[in-house]
Design a protein around this ligand. Structure first.
Ligand code: NAD
Length: 256
């Protein structure tokens, strides 16, 4: 039987891409969208709130790509109703996620992934495996100019994983070698790993992790070229939550 899916934030950039992906998936049925600012006729039912949607429709999974200021309220309605939730909206602390998951009845899952691209999750995993074998590691991340934070959350997480997978510090010359007027040339140190943030038109989200050892370098690179790159991860989340319960954080839980 098809998995019945509702998409919260369906008029947004991510939400509308999720709607397309769900409609194209043979094992899923798009039941409705939820978006208070949806003005057009979308060709499927759209409700202004989760409670409205729950009054009129029945669905197994709610996907939420909305805004940090509204996602908690959405989940406070959906989870007690026993709807599994797949959440990509940023801004929820671990503490808040645990609080929300506690509202769900037994058998209901709250799944949150800070990064839904399967390639980025694998890049981090490969970096973790490589870290103990290379004395040097540097992270370079490349994003569009509208990104509000630097370094990216994925770059910070990668640096943390590298640091936790090795029991030594990098020996490469660092900030002390930066010449006057060009401070920052060696990047920002995150958990002892230099991280460099590039912002430019033309990029969506890319990252390179460069490992160095005697006579060799190993480069692990991931490029996300458009929002469809998130969809295999979102669909994996929708398919995986049915038999799970409680709070699950990170796509890697369903990948390996
Ligand atoms: P967007 O602004 O294009 O879309 C957000 C949509 O949510 C809008 O259509 C808005 O009308 C709607 N909305 C507002 N309040 C609502 C409510 N109460 N109920 C339902 N819908 C509501 O934003 P976007 O670029 O699609 O990003 C959405 C979120 O996803 C952001 O937090 C972004 O950081 C995050 N994101 C996460 C990942 C990931 O891999 N986890 C990837 C990309 C984006």
């Amino acid at each position: 039987m098809a998995i019945k899916v509702a998409v919260s934030g369906c008029a947004g950039r991510m939400g509308s891409t999720v709607v397309d992906a769900v409609q194209a998936a043979e094992d899923m049925e798009l039941v409705c969208g939820i978006d208070p600012y949806a003005s057009n006729d979308f060709g499927y039912p759209v409700y202004a709130s989760i409670s409205d949607a729950l009054q009129h429709e029945s669905f197994d999974v709610l996907v939420d790509f909305t805004q940090p200021s509204v996602v908690a309220n959405n989940l406070e309605v959906a989870l007690p109703a026993g709807v599994d939730c797949v959440v990509g909206t940023t801004g929820l602390s671990q503490e808040k996620l645990e609080e929300l998951a506690a509202l769900a009845p037994k058998g209901t899952c709250l799944f949150y992934a800070p990064n839904f691209t399967t390639g980025a999750v694998l890049m981090m995993e490969f970096a973790k495996v490589a870290a103990p074998y290379f004395p040097e590691a540097e992270v370079l991340e490349f994003h569009h100019c509208n990104k509000k934070d630097a370094p990216s959350g994925t770059a910070v997480r990668t640096a943390e994983l590298i640091a936790s997978a090795r029991d030594f510090e990098s020996q490469a010359p660092g900030k002390e070698t930066e010449i006057e007027g060009a401070e920052g040339a060696r990047g920002a140190l995150v958990s002892g790993v230099p991280v460099h943030s590039v912002r430019s038109m033309g990029y969506v989200a890319s990252q390179e992790v460069i490992f160095g050892s005697l006579g060799q370098t190993l480069t692990i690179r991931h490029d996300s070229w458009d929002r469809t790159s998130y969809m295999p991860g979102v669909l994996l989340g929708i398919r995986s939550v049915e038999n799970k319960e409680g709070l699950i954080v990170g796509l890697e839980n369903f990948m390996y």
